[in-house]
Write a protein that binds this ligand. Structure first.
Ligand code: AMP
Ligand code: MG
Length: 446
């Protein structure tokens, strides 16, 4: 297990008081480890899971040369600068092989998907021929040898990897598996993530409103983000700012989950016990990130060996103890800021890539899109800013983006309206109307 200090020592320009967004990602990719247990799941359970082994194609797809059109199959060597007349010997239907032999001057009527009869390599679509009795005539100059024929194995060859370890199984991948006759696949086990909100001013839904209190929104955004990612979630509620309650929550979370996400209580001036408890039970760094929104963040690991002596260890349902899953040395801790938009932005920018790595995914971060800003955006060099925006297609087909109004770090309504985050990079300054900016599209992740 790598310690926070040893990772920090590996990184150039590591300054916990002014960390760049890139350094945060570099740090987290060194901190987290992929899960190690695999399981086999049926194809209907496989959507969104991560493959733990390559899938080798047991067959070739398609398994035979076959016709891509309804038409007439013939030997393309007969094509010349003249029209070609051929006698129709029979019909090849999809799903049945036509067993006859067609020689020069002969052809076979063929349906889409039917196996190409032996010796025939070209198909003329039926709408291009003229028929007279049992003879069809193909106009000159219409076809080349091999036209309208799908070749054996053109999608996949037997023995070749069809899907690779680390791939996230998409609807297209499910279809590909099915086309190979495969109905179950090896995947990494689901990642288990526990989360709770902190702060004495935070109300759970259903609680009576009181002065100065706000409803907890972070648990619900975090729940949604984790669920979309395909994690198993453990909702631990709102934890009040009392050492005993916080200790119980961290101990239970660390014994039952691979990672713990908290929100609130990590800013510099916090007078509460959240940071103290993270320090007591874990190996944790407290950062100020050069970004907006979302400056404070705590990152580290709750060391499971340290928990044995805790009075709360016994009452943990201890998923790892009661299953055959390997208990790694620690649970990863992501201590997010409290402000609702800061939670979502830090999740998308840092937590999501780290969790994907823990899930065994080898996917690259999706590429940022370039769009022209429809407005002036003020931006100070020296920090990465994430602005909520809507990308749309202008009449000339180019992409434009405009911000969704109030960018306060607590304003969720402008997050709801947005379809992406405008990423204004560390060194970048003000943006003028028409300038190209990078956008991280939400694309189903939020
Ligand atoms: P903190 O990081 O704890 O100082 O919180 C920063 C701001 O976020 C404060 O205004 C909190 O009231 C607010 N906040 C913290 N946690 C939550 C939450 N779970 N839901 C909604 N707002 C929150
Ligand atoms: Mg607080």
């Amino acid at each position: 297990m790598k310690t926070i200090d040893s990772i920090a020592a590996e990184l150039q320009g590591y300054d916990p008081q002014a960390l760049s967004a890139e350094t945060v990602n570099a740090f987290l990719s060194r901190l987290v480890e992929p899960v190690t247990e695999q399981e086999s799941v049926g194809i209907f359970q496989a959507l969104g899971r991560v493959l733990s082994q390559n899938v080798i194609s047991p067959i070739s797809v398609p398994p035979h040369d076959n016709s891509a059109m309804d038409g007439y199959a013939f030997n393309g060597a007969q094509l010349s600068s003249q029209a070609l007349s051929l006698k129709v010997l029979g019909t090849a239907m999809a799903g049945k092989a036509w067993s006859g032999v067609a020689g020069p001057g002969e052809c076979v009527k063929i349906m889409t998907g039917a196996i190409m009869p032996a010796g025939l390599d070209t198909v003329v679509p039926q709408e291009f021929v003229s028929c007279e009795g049992d003879t069809v005539t193909i106009p000159a100059g219409l076809l080349k040898v091999g036209d309208n024929r799908r070749e054996l194995g053109e999608d996949l060859m037997q023995g070749q990897p069809a899907l690779l370890k680390g791939e996230l199984l998409t609807p297209a991948a499910l279809g590909l598996l099915a086309s190979l006759g495969i109905n179950s696949v090896p995947v990494w086990r689901k990642l288990r993530v526990a989360y709770f909100s902190t702060g004495d001013e935070i109300l759970s839904l259903g609680e009576a409103p009181r002065e100065g209190a706000v409803y907890d929104s972070n648990r619900y955004t975090v729940f949604g983000l984790l669920t979309r990612l395909g994690c198993e979630v453990i909702d631990m509620g709102v934890v009040r700012d009392e050492p005993a309650l916080l200790e119980a929550a961290f101990v239970h979370g660390a014994l039952e989950a691979d990672a713990i996400i908290t929100s609130g209580g990590v800013s510099v001036g916090e007078a509460d016990y959240t940071k103290a408890m993270m320090k007591k039970l874990g190996d944790v760094a407290f950062w100020k990130i050069a970004m907006r929104p979302g400056r404070p963040m705590a990152v580290g690991q709750i060391i499971r060996a340290k928990l044995a002596s805790s009075p709360y260890a016994a009452s943990a349902s201890s998923y790892f103890k009661n299953s055959n899953k390997a208990l790694s040395g620690s649970a990863v801790l992501f201590g997010l800021p409290g402000n609702p938009v800061a939670v979502m932005v830090t999740f998308l920018a840092f937590v999501r890539p780290a969790l994907l790595q823990m899930m065994g995914s080898t996917a690259q971060q999706p590429p940022l899109l370039k769009a022209r800003s429809s407005e002036v955006i003020r931006k100070k060099p020296g920090r990465t800013e994430y602005q909520r925006g809507t990308v749309s297609t202008a009449a000339d087909g180019s992409l434009h983006v405009k911000t969704t109004g109030n960018q306060g770090s607590g304003v969720l309504s402008s997050m709801v309206q947005a379809n992406g985050l405008i990423v204004l990079h560390h060194a970048q300054g003000n943006v003028a109307v028409g300038d190209e900016v990078d956008v991280m599209m939400f694309d189903g992740s939020i």
